[in-house]
Design a protein around this ligand. Structure first.
Ligand SMILES: C[S@@+](CC[C@H](N)C(=O)[O-])C[C@H]1O[C@@H](n2cnc3c(N)ncnc32)[C@H](O)[C@@H]1O
Length: 265
């Protein structure tokens, strides 16, 4: 199996080519089926189509994960319940239902602003899995506010509500004309907690390549893919450190990015 590789293609087809029980960690940020305008993918499947498709790709990740492997899936409100059930039916064990509260919400006109995403954390085995708590500890209130002598000097394991800003169009971290670039800090927590150096991290929905860029930075091996040639190109360039070249792409103008974000007002 070739690692440190980016594929252009459908994730189910690509995953079928990978040997079973070869992956340590899966992070997946699939299209949420809420009408986001992607370059190639149509994000408006019927309920049944989306459910069936989600089941199919999640079954593939189960086949690929090693016995002690972990999976994290990001999903919106609309299909969180369904993805949770599919994960359980597939055979995964529930560990956390994380809420990523992104402090820079998306404005809506006729409902409350969208400011969170669900992240499911499941493992393949009920008891045996990696969880590197020391890699992800953060300063605790005992340390920061109460100056409490009982505070663990190493800090605490983060709560299950995570606060990271979304990557908006004008942010320095923002790379390309893609509606859903995730912050690297979020992936650093997931990859740091649930994998070790030299492990293999797989992301079936590469997008701008956040997962694999962080995996590379943290000295993990990686495999990713995207169905869009443009996004595939962005991922390859990002991994090669050609950030300025991605940003020079004339498509990354703010007007277009605003249109991409106004999907459910
Ligand atoms: C929510 S985005 C992922 C964003 C990514 N987490 C990031 O930080 O940039 C989902 C991606 O899945 C891709 N995609 C949709 N259907 C796919 C499929 N069947 N196989 C592979 N990629 C697909 C889309 O092109 C899109 O880039």
């Amino acid at each position: 199996m070739e690692v440190n590789k980016v594929y252009l293609g459908d994730c189910i087809k690509v995953m079928k080519e990978i040997p079973p029980e070869s992956i340590d960690l899966v992070f997946a940020d699939p299209p949420f089926n809420i009408g986001i305008k992607y370059d190639k993918y149509n994000d408006t499947l019927s309920y049944d189509e989306y459910y069936k498709w989600s089941k199919n790709w999640i079954i593939e990740t189960y086949r690929l994960l090693k016995k002690e492997g972990s999976i994290y899936i990001a999903i919106g409100d609309e299909f969180a319940a369904e993805i949770n059930i599919i994960l359980k039916h597939t055979g995964f064990y529930f560990r956390n239902w994380i809420i990523w509260y992104y402090t820079f919400g998306q404005n809506q006109r006729k409902k409350f602003n969208r400011a969170h995403t669900h992240i499911f954390y499941f493992t393949k085995d009920k008891e045996k899995f990696k969880f590197n708590s020391e890699a992800i500890r953060i300063p605790s209130a005992r340390q920061l506010i109460y100056n409490d002598r009982r505070a663990n000097p190493q800090g605490k394991i983060p709560d299950d509500v995570w606060e990271f800003s979304r990557i908006c169009g004008t942010f320095k971290e923002r790379l390309a004309d893609h509606p859903c670039q995730m912050p690297e800090s979020l992936l650093e927590r997931i990859i740091g907690a649930s994998s070790n150096v030299n492990d293999i991290v797989l992301d079936p929905f590469g997008g701008t390549g956040t997962t694999v860029a962080v995996a590379k930075k943290l000295k993990r091996n990686y495999i990713t893919m995207d169905i869009s040639e443009n996004y595939y190109d962005v991922i390859v360039k990002r991994l090669n450190g050609q950030i300025e070249e991605i940003k020079r792409n004339p498509d990354t103008n703010h007007q277009k990015q605003r249109q991409l974000f106004n999907y459910d007002q």
